[in-house]
Design a binder for this molecule. Structure first.
Ligand code: 3HC
Length: 470
């Protein structure tokens, strides 16, 4: 199909972003919103996003005018009649989407492809609500749509042969990389991403570590572009909670139970960027308490010892703080267990550790040039607990036959800006390290979803260090 005129219904952050993506690729777009106020918000999104590109010199004023000139904004759905493709990006409610698809089905020409940008609802159920189930697909973009390079193209058991590859070709024309998948809750990205974000909320709720410390640990320790709480605020806490609910409905897995703390934020109307406040954006925390550690003993961390010695700290037999390498016995109220991951220093504190020692350790690690992440001494601390469970989910997804390793890696790199895909991260961390870390997590929490995926276990047992790829 030529795809010369595309309709976008719903011009919130995602819909407006999707309209921009099509217009940038030279395709005419009719953007539809329910009322004038919502339409004005959509126009504002488009103006701001293209204005930002203009300011950065990425677009000339003439190019920007051309892009905006390709977009017709209207409150009337009649303009969608002759569209070759209509994508909906309306709120994530099945009843709302079914009503819209039923209307579009009656309105649009028979050849129009109807696509949903749903993040987790059943594309098959939407297809079945129309008289053209063979011409209904999922076309899932990522926030911010003009920037993220992935489109998940979702076919169902009733999709016409060839249509999925036509839509994948269209995604390439838009400058995106398509990953084609079957209709399963959360597809690839949300099914992997959301349980990881939810897990971060659980760690916060359990007091394992603070919001900013968890964000820093995952950005600086793993190299992810945003911390989990920053990303939840971008996605929207209500959307995140809805996706978790849908995942749980389908899987009944303990890993997919929405965190009660996440629900509380949603109930309180703190939805993230869209409402001005979510995990971030509230009143600033008070000044961190100060500690005055003057003397220190460092055990099993030669580089840290050197950096502290260079900063003038002398090794002492009766120190204010004892910093020990991971695995060494925490032992006394002055002892803090330190795990260094890149520039992040996780500071594990036990029930014995004195608050003075935690504050002292935090300041010392800052002086030594690390980003301290104080946390409770739990299996995997923050980074390994979040990352290994996330990687294990990816192995489980591959093992279930839902998606190929290359597609899972590409999806997380392009959809979420990961520096490497889950399998690449797994191989660089070491399969045995991840398997053993998962065993420790499982032994502590007894949560079935934390048990190492059988395939991971088998590869380690067989002495392999890479996943088999075709
Ligand atoms: N709209 C348009 N463009 C934007 C933008 C926005 N909201 N935010 C950033 N940009 C552009 C900037 O203009 C800049 O463009 P340029 O390279 O052409 O100059 C580029 O993006 C990089 O922006 P910045 O340098 O200002 O910021 P960062 O380097 O911090 O990158 C980010 C911002 C691209 C958002 C990066 O932090 C990232 O990749 N984050 C991960 C986002 C993610 O995971 N998204 C997926 C969420 S899941 C989802 O959407 C599915 C849904 O179903 C829930």
């Amino acid at each position: 199909m030529a795809f010369e005129l595309v309709g976008v219904v719903g011009l919130g952050t995602m819909g407006a972003g999707i309209a921009e993506v099509f217009a940038r690729a030279g395709i005419r777009v009719t953007g539809v919103e329910a009322d004038e106020q919502a339409l004005a918000r959509g126009r504002d999104h488009l103006d701001r996003s293209t204005g930002r590109a203009l300011q950065k010199g990425k677009l000339t004023p003439a190019e920007r005018a051309e892009i905006l000139g390709r977009v017709t904004l209207t409150t009337s759905r009649a303009g969608l009649r002759d569209a070759d493709l209509v994508i909906e990006a309306v709120p994530e409610r099945m009843d709302v989407k079914v009503a819209l698809f039923t209307e579009l089905d009656g309105l649009c020409k028979p050849s129009t492809v109807l696509a949903t940008n749903t993040s987790s609802l059943s594309v098959t159920a939407l297809a079945a609500a129309t008289a053209r189930p063979d011409r209904v697909v999922g076309m899932h973009f990522f926030n911010p749509a003009p920037v993220m390079g992935l489109v998940e193209v979702v076919g169902t058991v009733v999709t016409a042969p060839g249509l999925v590859s036509e839509i994948a070709d269209l995604a390439v024309r838009l400058g995106k990389t398509p990953v084609t998948v079957g209709d399963r809750a959360g597809f690839v990205v949300n099914r992997l991403l959301l349980p990881y974000l939810n897990h971060a909320v659980t760690l916060l709720d359990q007091g394992v570590a603070g919001r900013d410390d968890i964000d820093n640990a995952m950005k600086l320790g793993v190299g992810l572009p945003m911390g989990p709480f920053e990303l939840l605020d971008l996605i929207g806490l209500d959307t995140a909670c809805e996706i978790m609910g849908v995942l749980f409905e389908e899987s009944r897995s303990d890993r997919h139970v929405p965190s009660p703390l996440l629900r509380s934020y949603v109930d309180a109307g703190l939805l993230g960027r869209k409402s001005g406040r979510g995990f971030h954006g509230g009143p600033a925390d008070g000044q961190p308490e100060k500690a005055a550690a003057r003397t220190v003993r460092v055990v099993g961390l030669p580089e840290l010892a050197d950096r502290l010695a260079a900063a003038g700290f002398k090794d002492s037999d009766d120190p204010d703080v004892i910093l020990v390498a991971g695995g060494a016995d925490p032992g006394s109220p002055k002892t803090v267990r330190v795990q260094l991951t890149g520039q992040v220093a996780q500071l594990a504190t036990s029930v014995l550790t004195a608050q003075e020692a935690v504050l002292g350790a935090r300041d010392l690690l800052k002086i030594a040039g690390y980003t301290p992440v104080p946390c409770r001494d739990r299996a995997g601390l923050v980074i390994d607990a979040l990352l290994f469970a996330h990687l294990n989910d990816a192995v489980g997804m591959y093992e279930s036959g839902y998606a190929a390793i290359g597609d899972i890696d590409a999806a997380m790199r392009l959809g979420c800006g990961y520096p490497a895909g889950p399998f690449e991260l797994l191989e660089s961390a070491g399969l045995a390290t991840v398997r053993d870390g998962l065993r420790a997590l499982y032994a502590e929490r007894r949560s079935p979803s934390l048990a190492p995926a059988p395939l991971l276990d088998h590869l380690v047992t067989a002495g392999l260090t890479r996943f088999p790829r075709p």
